[in-house]
Every structure is written in C-alpha cells, then in structure tokens.
Ligand binder design. Structure first.
Ligand SMILES: CC(C)(COP(=O)(O)OP(=O)(O)OC[C@H]1O[C@@H](n2cnc3c(N)ncnc32)[C@H](O)[C@@H]1OP(=O)(O)O)[C@@H](O)C(=O)NCCC(=O)NCCS
Length: 176
C-alpha cells in the first residue's frame, strides 16, 4: 500500500471536508473557509495522510503565545487562525484531527499526531502543546494520554452536539 504524510495544499480541501463531515456532528464540523485559512496561514502545521491516492486523514494546528493561564476564548470552533496564530508563538495548539472511518483503528491517527509533533518541534521552539477533546471521543483521548498529555481544565457544555458535551483541555509541557 502506498502511504504518505505531507503538508496540505488548498487543492486538498475537498478530501479534507469529506473527512470533516464524516467525523463530526453537523453542529460542530468546521467549514471549508476555516480550513483554507489554516492552510494559507500555517501550512507547516497542517498535515494530511494519503493512502493509495485518497486523502485518509488530516491534522491541523496553530501557534499561540504561551501563557500558563488558559484563555478558554481561544478555543472557539471556526475561529479565524489569522487572529490567534503567531509565527513565533511557543504553544502549539492542535485545532483538529480526523481519519476517514474505513481507515480508523490502524494507527494512522497516531502516525499523523506523532509526525506533526516531530515536524513542528524541530522547526519551532515549542514550550507546550495544547488541545481540547470531547469527554466522549475515546480514541482521541487515548492518543493524547499515550503521548503524555494531561487534563488541565474542563469547559462545561462546550460542544453543541446532542449531549452538549464538555471539552477537556489537555496540555503537554516540553522541556526544550
Ligand atoms: C481520533 C481519530 C483521529 C483516531 O484515528 P485512528 O487512525 O483511528 O487512531 P489509531 O488507529 O492511531 O489509534 C489511536 C489510539 O486510539 C485507540 N482507539 C482507536 N479506536 C478507539 C475507540 N473506538 N475507543 C477507544 N480507543 C480507541 C487505539 O487503540 C490507539 O491506542 P493505542 O495506540 O494505545 O492502541 C479517529 O478515531 C477519528 O477520526 N475520530 C473522529 C474525529 C475525532 O474524534 N477527532 C478528535 C478531535 S480532538
């Protein structure tokens, strides 16, 4: 099987949106303008995995100014990356990750996550990595816990899904 991980380009948007719609509740799926702005603003932080020519998964991120205190307003879904991203920011915020259903459970989510972390930390000086995850997304939580993230905050009722689920804010501090 031919598998590669590379930076996303604007022409990949259709494949990325298919994954987004398959993966998230309609109320919380983000729109194509949000993804295109992420690709345009910080393409280094946006990776896709391609399997036999098909876009099978993506991971997107931005760089924030680091602050030990957590500003929950920055996590708003669909926010403009242009307003939050700082090229010299020391905190890597993983804004989203998803894999097409037929490819899940085969290690591709883990691969995307590890590749992004490696890719960014060798180019940028990162003090901390932060993300939010729904209390109900067990596969995602498992990836994060395995990679050394710990819960630092809960935003109650954050997700506008059928359970109005809480968002768990997870963070990993880096020593370099
Ligand atoms: C989260 C997601 C990207 C993971 O991708 P994946 O390719 O299936 O993940 P992997 O196969 O690399 O597995 C990652 C870990 O999750 C575990 N896992 C996979 N499916 C699971 C499930 N349904 N329940 C619990 N753990 C699960 C795996 O065992 C693995 O842990 P391990 O390495 O300790 O065995 C994928 O499930 C997905 O797209 N989910 C919907 C979107 C989503 O929830 N995104 C997260 C946003 S924060």
């Amino acid at each position: 099987m031919k598998i590669s991980i590379r930076n996303a380009e604007k022409d990949d948007i259709e494949g990325i949106m298919s994954i987004e719609h398959e993966s998230f509740h309609t109320n919380i799926a983000e729109n194509s303008d949000t993804f295109l702005e992420r690709i345009e603003t910080f393409s280094h932080g946006f990776l896709i995995i391609v399997i036999e020519g098909e876009i099978a998964g993506y991971i997107s991120s931005e760089l924030w100014d680091y602050s030990e205190n957590i500003d929950t307003g920055k996590f708003v879904l669909g926010h403009s990356i242009a307003e939050t991203h700082r090229n010299d920011g020391k905190e890597l915020y993983i804004s989203s990750i998803a894999v097409l259903k037929k490819y899940r459970g085969k290690g591709y989510g883990n691969a995307l996550f590890s590749e992004l972390e490696k890719h960014i930390t060798c180019k940028y000086e990162i003090a901390s990595i932060i993300l939010i995850v729904s209390e109900n997304w067990h596969a995602a939580k498992s990836i994060y816990e395995k990679n050394g993230f710990r819960q630092v905050h809960v935003i109650s009722g954050f997700f506008d899904d059928e359970n109005n689920s809480d968002a768990i804010v997870m963070r990993k501090n880096r020593s370099n």
